[in-house]
Design a protein around this ligand. Sequence first.
Ligand code: MN
Length: 511
Amino acid sequence: MSWRSSLEGVYALPSRVFFFDTTLRDGEQTPGVALRVEEKVMIAEALSDLGVDVIEAGFAVVSKGEYESVKRICGLGLSSKICSLSRCEKRDVDAAVDAGCDWVHVFIATSELHMKYKLNMTREQVVERAVEMVEYAKSRGVVVHFSAEDATRSDPEFLMEVYRRVRDAGADSLDIPDTVGVAVPHVMRSLASRAKRETGLPIAVHCHDDMGLATANTLAGVEGGAEIVHVTVNGIGERAGNTSLEEVAVALKFLYGVETGIRHENIARVSRLVARLTGIPVPKNKAVVGEHAFSHESGIHVHGVINNPATYEPIMPEQVGMSRRIVIGKHSGAHSINTILRQYGFVLEIGEVRAVLERVKNVADSGHKLSDQELLQIVEEVVGSRAVRPVALKGFQQITTEHVDRCVAEFEVNGETLRVEGVGDTPLKSAIDASMKAFTNILGDIKIVDYSLFASPYEDRHPYEAEVIVRVNGNTVVGRGIGKTSGHTILNAVSNAVNQYLLTQSRGVGR
Ligand code: MN
């Protein structure tokens, strides 16, 4: 970033920032979210693959189920350290340690409001309890991470006193939680730098997004010298949520140039997994991982992006595991139409593209949002039977029994019929299996790298849309499909990716 040098000398940025992910603890406190143990295990594995340094796996003492899931995650042998939240109570610390945690996150509130109305304790009692529990946790041989809950509404002098006392009791790192999201960047920056100066310990910041400032406040904490950031995937969490992992990870790497352990290309995959398992969808306009984060409609923008993506994209979508999406509308130009049609397996002559474009603009001008289904209809009307693709899905049937789902699919491949049967534990998985069998047969090496499936709000007949990223013999292609069911949609998307690959190979049109 060209302005980066202007930060030097102003801030003493840490050389490396550590990610403390609390998706499974604070994130699970999102209203309406309750994850099963198997789902927590999947998320923990994905977070470890992503390169998160510490996973807060839960709050071990709260229930038997919670304890078991923390214990399961501790037993996975992940490269991330595993942590449990713990009040300043012996039984909380014991539950965390007994579950096998490497870290224990001990907390107590330090604001007048919380001490008076929640804890019913004096300042002296709070300090005493915090010191006693930090010493106890240390005696059990774990790394102790201490949080002063509601730090940003606490008397700063008292807050620093608490931090110094728990440091003397053996705490390994200190966290500054902005529990109800009321800090501003200047405040987080100065609290972080003051806590660091006064204690010499590594400092963490834990921010909430009540005012939409979680990411800004977290980054300000890093500017102040904090080297640990508390985050959740997709920014889920209580109320308006926590700081979003993906925003901070991207800002630290691409804006600040600070090192982290995050493997950025895994970000989109983890985001989709968490959205799917928690049932909390990612807003379309969400930074980094939203469906629109790398979408372009305007003709001028699309032309620029196709010539050189840097014109209208701050980073390349592939750098965070996303893909570029060209949306059809009244701002569309020939370039956009061509790009999207290739993803549906069509390669048209330039005259045909222009004819399609004219029809698209007419529809869009009447104030109607154009679905992909309608775009494909227009293509069919304009180019008719010449829009022959090498591979076409001719029919499919899905059979669900108690134990297994089967998908029988028929493809026409260069005029011949190919029939395959896929199996899986969901209709979608059986369709994926069927498509992989069919195209491994034809092409050899093929693999679905990632896929997303969404409901189209514009269509009754084909209510699903899918985008798949497929690797065929070392080439990455993006395929799109529409369909009546999830399985139908995936079958279409994969065969369109294959069409695009085949057409690209035979015509030499590189992506
Ligand atoms: Mn919180």
